[in-house]
Design a protein around this ligand. Structure first.
Ligand SMILES: Cc1cc2nc3c(=O)[nH]c(=O)nc-3n(C[C@H](O)[C@H](O)[C@H](O)COP(=O)(O)OP(=O)(O)OC[C@H]3O[C@@H](n4cnc5c(N)ncnc54)[C@H](O)[C@@H]3O)c2cc1C
Length: 420
C-alpha cells in the first residue's frame, strides 16, 4: 500500500512529503471522509492528524444518528462492508413534550414515509457507533491511491500566498498544498492561526450518555422527551438496546456518571421508565459539556473550515456531524467543478462558492437547535402553549411534517452530489 509505505518512512526518517493539492488537518470523521472522497475524485491529498497510529478508537462510546443524505456520502467512501452488522436503521423520530399541559402531552412523529411514501424505501438514517465509524474510515484510507496519511503529525502553523500554503508540523516538517481543509475540531489550531474569531455560548448544561437495554422493543424509533430541565432521548441500537442522552445542568451529568451502576439505573428508571421502559445499563456512562460555537467565516486564504472547526452546535437533534458531512460533500463538489472549468480549487473565488453554499445552512441549524433548546427547556406558560401548537402542527399538517423530515434527514434539493 502506497500510504503505508510513506507512513513507515515518515516514522523512521521524517521524510518531507511532496506537495499536494489538498492538505486535510484532522482525521476525525469529517477529515477522514473528506480525504477519502477528494482522493477518489482524483486529487492528491495529505491527511495530517496528531492522534497516534496505535489509537484503536475504542474509547468513544457515542452513537451518531447519521441521516439519509450523510449515509449516502459515507457509502460513497466505500466503508459499507466494514460497517455491515454494526449499524441500526433509523425508522422514525418521535418528539414528546413532557411539560404539564391541561390538554395532554403534545407530540410529533416522523417516519421514512414522510420522505418518499415508500414503506420499503430507505430508512431516515442509520445509528452508527462512533468507534466503528472511525475505525472503518481509518482502514479505508489505505485503499485509496493518492492519499498519504502523516500520522502522529500535528499542525503548528502556516503561511499562505498566491501559489499555495506552506504548513509547518510540530515535528519540524513542512507540507505544501494548494488548499488546506481545517477539520481539526472545536479548538481548531488552523482556524486560530488565521485569526478567525468564534461566537457562541456555553449552555451551562451537560449531556449524560450511556448504552442501555430496554424492557420494550424500540422498533428503530428515536424518541425524545422534552422536560422543563432538558430533553431525554433514546436512540435505537441493535436488538433492544439503546443509546440514551439526558441533558442536565452543568455538573449534574458529571456527578451522575460517577455514581455506581445500580444507583444510576435507579435514577433513570424513577424518572423515565414510563417513557422508555425499564432500563439496564450495559456500558460505561459518559458526560459532555454543551456549547454552541460558530466561526465568523468558513474560509480564509487558501483554507476552508469544515465540521466542528467551523461550528459546534447543540447535539439535541443529532445534527452536528451531519452538518460536517454536508461541508465535505460541498467542498468536494466545488473543487471538482473548479478543476473542470480550469479554476484553482484553492482560489478565493472557489472558496467563496464553498462558503456561500454552506454558511447559511450551518448557522441556521445552529440557531434552530438553540431556539428549540430555549423553547422546550422551561415551563413558561406562553412558551408551553406555543411549543404544544408547533408539535401538533408538525404532527397533523402533512406537508409541514414532510418538509421538516426532509430537512432533518438531509434529503432535500441543493444537496452536494454525494448526498443525493
Ligand atoms: C454527546 C454528543 C453527541 C453527539 N451526537 C451526534 C449525533 O448523533 N449525530 C451527529 O451528527 N453529531 C453528533 N454530535 C456531534 C459530533 O460529535 C461532532 O460534530 C463530530 O464529532 C465532529 O467531527 P470533526 O471530524 O469535525 O471533529 P473531531 O471529531 O473533533 O476531530 C478532530 C480531529 O482533529 C485532530 N486534531 C486536533 N488538533 C490537531 C492538530 N493541531 N493537528 C493535527 N490534528 C489535530 C484530532 O486528533 C481529531 O482527530 C454529538 C456530539 C456530542 C458532544
Amino acid at each position: 500500500m502506497q500510504h503505508r509505505y510513506l507512513f513507515q518512512m515518515s516514522q523512521t526518517r521524517l521524510a518531507p512529503p511532496g506537495p499536494c493539492e489538498l492538505a486535510v488537518i484532522g482525521a476525525g470523521p469529517v477529515g477522514t471522509s473528506l480525504a477519502i472522497l477528494a482522493a477518489q475524485a482524483g486529487f492528491t491529498v495529505t491527511l495530517i492528524d496528531g492522534r497516534p497510529s496505535t489509537d484503536e478508537n475504542s474509547t468513544d462510546t457515542r452513537t451518531f444518528a447519521v441521516v439519509r443524505g450523510s449515509w449516502r456520502l459515507l457509502m460513497a467512501t466505500g466503508i459499507g462492508p466494514e460497517l455491515a452488522g454494526q449499524t441500526t436503521p433509523l425508522n422514525g423520530l418521535d418528539a414528546e413534550d413532557g411539560g404539564t399541559h391541561w390538554f395532554g402531552a403534545p407530540h410529533a412523529a416522523f417516519s421514512a414515509e414522510d420522505l418518499d411514501r415508500d414503506p420499503n424505501g430507505e430508512p431516515l438514517g442509520q445509528m452508527v457507533p462512533a468507534g466503528a465509524l472511525q475505525a472503518a474510515l481509518d482502514r479505508q484510507t489505505a485503499e485509496v491511491p493518492g492519499l498519504t496519511w502523516l500520522r502522529g503529525a500535528r499542525f503548528s502553523g502556516m503561511t499562505t500566498g498566491p501559489a499555495g500554503a506552506e504548513i509547518s508540523l510540530e515535528d519540524g516538517r513542512m507540507v505544501r498544498a494548494g488548499l488546506v481543509a481545517a477539520c481539526d475540531g472545536i479548538h481548531s489550531a488552523v482556524r486560530n492561526s488565521l485569526g478567525l474569531r468564534t461566537e457562541g455560548r456555553s449552555y451551562g448544561k451537560s449531556v449524560f450518555a450511556a448504552d442501555v437495554t430496554l424492557s420494550r422493543p424500540h422498533h428503530g424509533i428515536a424518541r425524545q422527551l422534552f422536560t422543563p430541565e432538558g430533553p431525554f432521548a433514546t436512540l435505537p441500537l441493535p436488538g433492544d438496546r439503546a443509546n440514551l442522552a439526558w441533558y442536565m445542568k452543568a455538573g449534574a451529568a458529571e456527578t451522575l456518571a460517577k455514581l455506581p451502576k445500580n444507583q444510576i439505573e435507579a435514577e433513570l428508571n424513577a424518572r423515565f421508565a414510563d417513557f422508555a421502559g425499564e432500563m439496564r445499563m450495559d456500558g460505561p456512562p459518559l458526560s459532555y459539556p454543551l456549547v454552541m460555537q460558530i466561526a465568523e467565516k468558513m474560509v480564509g486564504p487558501r483554507t476552508a473550515l469544515l465540521g466542528d472547526a467551523a461550528r459546534r452546535i447543540n447535539p439535541l437533534a443529532g445534527q452536528g456531524l451531519n452538518l460536517g458531512f454536508k461541508d465535505v460533500g460541498a467542498l468536494v463538489d466545488v473543487m471538482t467543478s473548479a478543476r473542470e472549468t480550469g479554476l484553482d480549487p484553492g482560489s478565493d473565488t472557489v472558496l467563496a462558492q464553498y462558503q456561500d453554499w454552506r454558511r447559511f445552512d450551518a448557522a441556521a441549524t445552529a440557531m434552530g437547535m438553540d431556539l428549540i433548546d430555549r423553547a422546550f427547556s422551561n415551563d413558561n406558560g406562553l412558551l408551553k402553549g406555543l411549543r404544544g401548537l408547533a408539535l401538533t402542527a408538525a404532527n397533523r399538517i402533512a406537508p409541514l411534517r414532510r418538509a421538516l423530515a426532509r430537512q432533518a434527514s438531509a434529503d432535500q434539493a441543493h444537496l452536494p452530489s454525494l448526498m443525493r
